[in-house]
Every structure is written in structure tokens, then in C-alpha cells.
Design a protein around this ligand. Sequence first.
Ligand code: PMP
Ligand code: GLU
Length: 398
Amino acid sequence: MGDLSKRITSIPESATLAMTAKAREMKEKGIDVISLSIGEPDFKTPKHIQQGAIDAINEEKYFAYPPVNGYLDLRKAISQKFKRENGLDYAPDQIVVSNGAKQSIANVFMAILDPGDEVIVFTPYWVSYSAMILLAEGKPVFVKGSFENDFKVTAEQLAEAITEKTKAVIFSSPCNPTGSVFTKDELEKIAEVLRPHPSISIITDEIYEHINFSGKHVSIGSLDGMLDRTVTVNGFSKGFAMTGWRVGYIGAPTWIAKAANKMQGQYTSGNCSISQRAALVALSSPLDATLEMVEAYKERRSLVNNLLKEVPGFEVNMPEGAFYFFPNVRSYLGKSVNGTVINSVGDLCIYLLEDAHISLVTGEAFGDPDCLRLSYAASEDDLRTAIAKMKESLAKLS
Ligand code: PMP
Ligand code: GLU
């Protein structure tokens, strides 16, 4: 048998997907598992978007390879969306549509990183950033926001982390996994640190833009002088409940957009034609369905906040966006039940999966080994049952 490459063996499996696969296996065996591990809307894709795909099939015009960077009318609609909603002036040829925002981000790292180039990753971070940087032979530099500052990295911390090798900075706001949202003022301070370093690219992941309970979303690219070096990542998975359709996109400086297009042209070609037509309908219609979903997330957020506050030993921050809680659970480390010792939050998540039949994700996968992530993109009934069962199982630990 041959050997796998160092490249693939150096990265872990995606923890969000691995926990979800474990939960699915248990469900297939007839065990009633409540999955709070994957960040996936439990809503159906809105009907008018579904209809967009049906119409596209019936038109019989979209069966051939689409352009690698996406249909021009979709890129025009994205360019207008960026202007209208985010104050960002990306021309259609600065847009690249990909197979999910996941591929969008991977393309960018492959396009800009040389071996040893550093990427400052605001931590806690979305699980795949570090693996993608490693796959592109870059070096992730983790800068951790404190619990007291809602896990948000400060401008001072960023300034300290910059070196000659810094090629890019990446963060998500609203943040997966913490739900934190950068204010305009905080982004201004970050921009101020970056202005004297024009060769550092900013990769801002705004896929949770619509799921924001703290006020208007601000894109760092809209701040003075930032657009020329900012890659704005977004997609349809979260705001439009379209995870399975696999449509994400970037707006980027032309040199990066061209390189992402080249990368994609060799790896995957353009994104699924029918999904792109549905995405165009999503962008060209009013946001009513999105706003309804956001209202539901807001209610669930209060419910989960109240329930988690009652869980002994959990330190909880109120998230301002996305659909996750990221409680600090380190008080359970070292406890045990029937000879099983909880040595890490990963052990705690496995225990809760086996004992309470609830799937969660260890914070370690997001760069914080004291926390765990709970997705509240689930029904209120499931959330109530899951947290009650979790509490019972936790009470057995001593
Ligand atoms: N960025 C963040 C912060 C996410 O949570 C996700 C969801 N997994 C993605 C990017 C990728 O989304 P998708 O590939 O479904 O567009
Ligand atoms: N964004 C989701 C999550 O963080 C989807 C899973 C993934 O792609 O990692 O759970």
C-alpha cells in the first residue's frame, strides 16, 4: 500500500462534519439523537427560490458547463448586492461564484499563499480556516480574543501579531463559533492597524451577515482605503437556508479574483448551473423569508440562553449573531462517571453523545479547548429536550 501525502495527513477531519456523521450513524441504528453539532438551518429553502431552480430546469437552457466564475447575470446581481447592502464596489469581474463559501475561502488561500506565509486567524475561528491554510502550505497564527471581550480580538492584539511574513488576516463576523459581531468602531480600529501594511490581504467571512441581532452589519471593505485589499466572502447557505445547493462567492481585488477563477478552473469548474439560477432568484427577491428565519433564531437564542444559564458549571456569553452558543465548560474537566474520566472537552462531547444522545462540537476544533459549540438551528422542542438531557448527564459527573 502506498503512503498518503504529508499534506493530507497533517490536517484533521472537519470536526463539525465528523460529529454530525457520528450522530447520523447513531440515528441509522435507531437511536434518537438530537444533532446540535452542525451549523445548518433547519428551515426549508424558501419556495420562490426552489421555483427558480424548477423554472431553470424547465427552460432547458442551463444544462451545459456554466462559466467558471459564475453566470454574468448572477455576478452582476452579487455586485449590486454588495453595493446596496454593504457599501462595497466590486465589479462583476471581481466576483467569483464557487461551490459554497468553503471553496471560496480555499481558493483564496491557494491563490495567495506561498510556503511559510503567515495568516493571522482571529480565534476562536471557523474550523476549516486552519486546515485550509495548512493545505495551502501557509502558517496559521492564532490570535485569541478573550471571553471578557466576547471572544473578539482587539486592534492591539492584531498589531502585535503582524510580522514581515504576514500575508493575510481572516475572521468571520458574525462569528462562527462565538456569535460575536464586530461593531463599526472595532472594525475602524482594526483597519487603522492594517492601513500601514498594504500588502496584507483581509479575508472577511460574512456568511452570517443576515443573522445579526445587534444592528446593522458592517463590512470592513467599506471602510476608508480597505476595499482594494479586502476579500469579502459570502454565500447562500445560512441566510437563505440553502446549505445543500452549494453556492458561495467572493468579491475581491481583481488579481485575487482572477487567481481564484484560475484555481477553480483547474479543480472543479463552475458551480452547479441550476443552483446558480436559484441563487439569482434569492438575490433578486425581497428578504422576507430570511427575516422570518432570523426572527425565529432570535427567539431560540433567548430560549437557549435562559436554559444554558441553568446548567451548572457553564459560563455563557450571549451571542449577537449566527446561530451558535459557545459556552466555557472547563469546570467539567477532570470529572468522571463509572470510570470514564473527562480529560478534555472532546471527551465531554463524546460522553454527551453516548449518554444524552446530543451531538455538539468540541471548542478545540475552533481553537478554544475550554469551550463547546452548540448550534441552535433546531426546533424549540429539540432544544428544550436536548438541554434537559444534557443537564441530566452532566449531573452524573463528579
Ligand atoms: N464560513 C463560515 C463561518 C461557516 O460557518 C460556513 C458554514 N460551514 C462556511 C464558511 C461555508 O459555508 P458554505 O460552504 O456552505 O457556503
Ligand atoms: N458552517 C457549518 C458548521 O460550522 C457547516 C459544517 C461545515 O461545513 O463545517 O457547522
